[in-house]
Design a protein around this ligand. Structure first.
Ligand code: NAD
Length: 341
């Protein structure tokens, strides 16, 4: 079967990672990436042999002056693709959606867009089947992806009477030097934060409440979860086993001494997935606690990479390239070198 041809429009934090992930898949072909301005990321695309196209208000002359050859405009790129992954900044995707629709092109959007940008919001473990055959899909944000994965583990076996999550959010990505705070803790005063309702786009009716605070770190988000389950687990070990046996989870044992996000990211650097990424939800075994029907656990989410495999699975679902979620996830993870593959 011919490979599905994938364009990536917006080659920043998410776009460059998705491009790499697509290029590694056995059933997908990366036909090019589009960027507005020349910079070190555009240079990297050229070095990797990804055809580079000019997007937005950029010009070919700017790229060529920087010694970066371009293959055409974003319109040319879209003409070569079966699907476009839009990884442009928040709200730009909604503008681009009209263009993709006019070109009759399928499109995957990111979590910075409203849910209404696409026919369905997506989490591979949460609702893979809902994206089957769809023309437009929105991969939910990093935080929503992390929560939705955890819901997908607990809900089918134990149910949830109520899910409370406090999000301790990183202030900025490591390369963002103009965001803050650099010394302070800033609560999001709107309760619930947008995350709970966003999880409900994957699990309609889930009784979830979320609150968020922003802290001065760039490494990862951390979620503090308290779930009142419908059925009491026998022990915390039962929940730990459930997380451990699910793809896209990495549970650190006490002996590993990965006490917090600094050690977790040091582990990621040594693992060498590229960009020091950590695409799984990270849990700490000793942080999983059960008291009757009440379950508590912490999880860390690497904001820059956790949605990357989800973009690949979204494409596979849209083109019905796999019989089910597990098969797609296994194919994606094997190609990416994730631990369970
Ligand atoms: P980014 O700013 O790092 O990258 C966006 C890229 O798009 C930049 O290279 C920019 O030059 C380019 N661009 C701007 N306007 C364009 C246009 N009109 N056409 C084509 N390219 C254009 O942003 P990001 O962090 O990669 O975020 C992209 C999307 O992913 C957003 O919806 C965001 O909410 C979502 N997201 C981000 C993170 C994260 O932690 N960074 C995590 C999950 C989801």
């Amino acid at each position: 079967m011919a490979k599905v041809r994938v364009a990536v429009n917006g080659y920043g934090t998410i776009g460059k990672r998705v491009a790499d992930a697509v290029a590694k898949q056995p059933d997908l072909e990366l036909v090019g990436v589009a960027k507005t301005r020349p910079n070190f990321e555009a240079e990297r695309a050229v070095q990797k042999g990804y055809p580079l196209f000019v997007a937005g208000d950029g010009t070919a002359a700017e790229f060529e002056a920087a010694g970066l050859p371009v293959a055409g405009t974003v319109a040319d790129l879209l003409g070569r693709a079966d699907v476009v992954v839009d990884a442009t900044p928040d709200k730009v995707g909604a503008e681009n959606a009209k263009r993709y629709a006019a070109a009759g092109l399928r499109a995957v959007f990111q979590g910075g867009e409203k849910a209404s940008v696409a026919e369905v919001s997506f989490s591979a473990l949460g609702n893979y089947a809902a994206a089957r055959g769809k023309r437009t899909v929105r991969v939910v944000s990093c935080n929503t992806t992390g929560i939705a994965r955890a819901v997908a583990v607990l809900l089918p076996t134990w149910g949830a009477e109520r899910w409370d999550v406090t999000l301790i959010r990183r202030a900025a990505d490591p390369a963002e030097s103009k965001k803050g705070p650099i010394n302070g803790i800033v609560p999001s005063l709107h309760i619930p934060s947008h995350h709970g309702p966003d999880v409900q786009t994957i699990f309609p009716g889930l009784p979830i409440e979320s609150v968020a605070v922003v802290v001065p770190t760039t490494l990862m988000h951390v979620h503090v979860n308290h779930v009142r389950l419908t059925r009491a687990p026998a022990s915390a070990a039962e929940l730990v086993d459930a997380f451990r046996s699910t793809p896209r989870f990495r549970v650190f044992a006490p002996w590993e001494r990965a006490d917090g996000t600094p050690q977790v990211m040091e582990y990621a650097r040594g693992r060498g997935l590229g960009f020091d990424d950590f695409m799984e939800n990270v849990l700490w075994q000793d942080g999983v606690t059960v008291d009757g029907k009440d379950a508590y656990f912490f999880q860390a989410i690497h904001q820059e990479s956790v949605t990357v495999p989800e973009n690949v699975d979204a494409i596979r679902a849209m083109f019905d390239l796999a019989p089910d979620a597990r098969t797609s996830i296994a194919t994606t993870d094997r190609a990416l070198g994730l631990s369970r593959a």
